[in-house]
Ligand binder design. Structure first.
Ligand code: G1P
Length: 299
């Protein structure tokens, strides 16, 4: 059977979004009409993922509640004749199994994935970071393409990459060192977490989606704290590649952008873009924004 298991780490504190994230998870912030995590799940189910394991943490309970079937709410909407609102809850009925485990200490993304090991065991699996949406309205099958590539090339790791427009941005991402020239699919020689601009081997940034063979766990076990004193997933991938593991990079397609909600600048941009493309309210919002910009052309 092809891979149908995705691990979604959502344990981070979201400190870059304070105070919004003081008592709610960043993954529950709305982007247009839906919370971020709903887009992530829609994207994953579009790519045939059927078992989702969230790695949560303190204060993330609302994510678990969100995916429960809320019979009381359904009954209330039905009894009051709000059929159009009932339709917004259809995601509750997807054929997906949800599981939750907790990262009990905040030791980094690599450590969060290690928390999934007792459940993943010897299976290959997808990792989708819960604070990034791929494609406008999550209209992407990148994970499915990555799984196909993983199986075709018999890789140990496949990573999605987005080419950065601004080379100075490399300091915020894991950066690929391709073997040879990097086409749409390329072999990975190395990957470096948040390098200095001068040391970046390319402008190809890790774009929040991965496919792993279970071999990653043995490298996570021996990965020492790296950037920010955290156990970095990128460093474990590096160990896997150094030990002879096969790594493949896949570029996001043209127009298949990564929307990061982990900081206010990109969260604001993402919200506005999704809201502007809302079928019902997008046109009136566009009019409003245009009016605001015309009234303040100096900004
Ligand atoms: C994480 C990864 C980084 C990746 C980024 C976006 O960083 O460590 O390699 O490029 O997500 O997918 P974070 O944004 O959690 O600091």
């Amino acid at each position: 059977m092809s891979i149908d298991l995705a691990v979604v780490p959502v344990a981070g504190h979201g400190t870059r979004l304070l105070p919004s994230t003081k008592s709610q998870p960043k993954e529950m912030l709305p982007v247009g009409r839906k919370p971020v995590v709903q887009y992530v799940v829609e994207e994953l189910t579009r790519s045939e993922m059927r078992r989702l394991l969230f790695v949560t943490g303190n204060g993330k309970e609302s994510i678990e509640n969100f995916f429960d079937v809320n019979h009381e709410l359904i009954r209330f909407l039905r009894e009051t004749g709000r059929e159009e609102l009932l339709a917004t809850l259809e995601f509750e009925r997807r054929p997906v199994e949800y599981a939750y485990t907790r990262q009990r200490e905040q030791l980094g993304l690599g450590h969060a994935i290690l928390c999934a090991e007792p459940f993943v065991a010897d299976q290959s699996f997808v990792v989708a970071l819960g604070d990034s949406i791929i494609g406008l309205h999550a209209d992407s099958n990148i994970v499915q393409r990555m799984v196909s590539e993983f199986e075709r090339t018999k890789a140990d790791v496949v990573i999605a990459f987005e080419e950065l427009d601004d080379p100075k941005e490399v300091v915020h991402y894991g950066i690929a060192q391709p073997r040879g020239t990097a086409g749409d699919v390329f072999e990975l020689a190395d990957v470096i977490e948040k390098p200095d601009v001068a040391e970046a081997p390319s402008r190809l940034a890790v774009a929040a989606r991965y496919v792993f063979s279970p071999a990653i766990f043995e490298h996570l076990h021996v990965t020492k704290p790296g950037k920010k004193g955290e156990i970095q997933l990128t460093d474990a991938i590096r160990g896997l590649l150094k030990a002879g593991g096969k790594g493949v990079g896949l570029r996001l397609a043209a127009g298949e952008r990564r929307f990061d909600i982990g900081n206010f600048e990109s969260y604001f941009q993402t919200f506005v873009e999704f809201a502007l493309s809302d079928e019902e309210y997008g046109p009136s919002l566009a009019k409003h924004v245009r009016k605001l910009l015309e009234a303040a052309p100096h900004k």
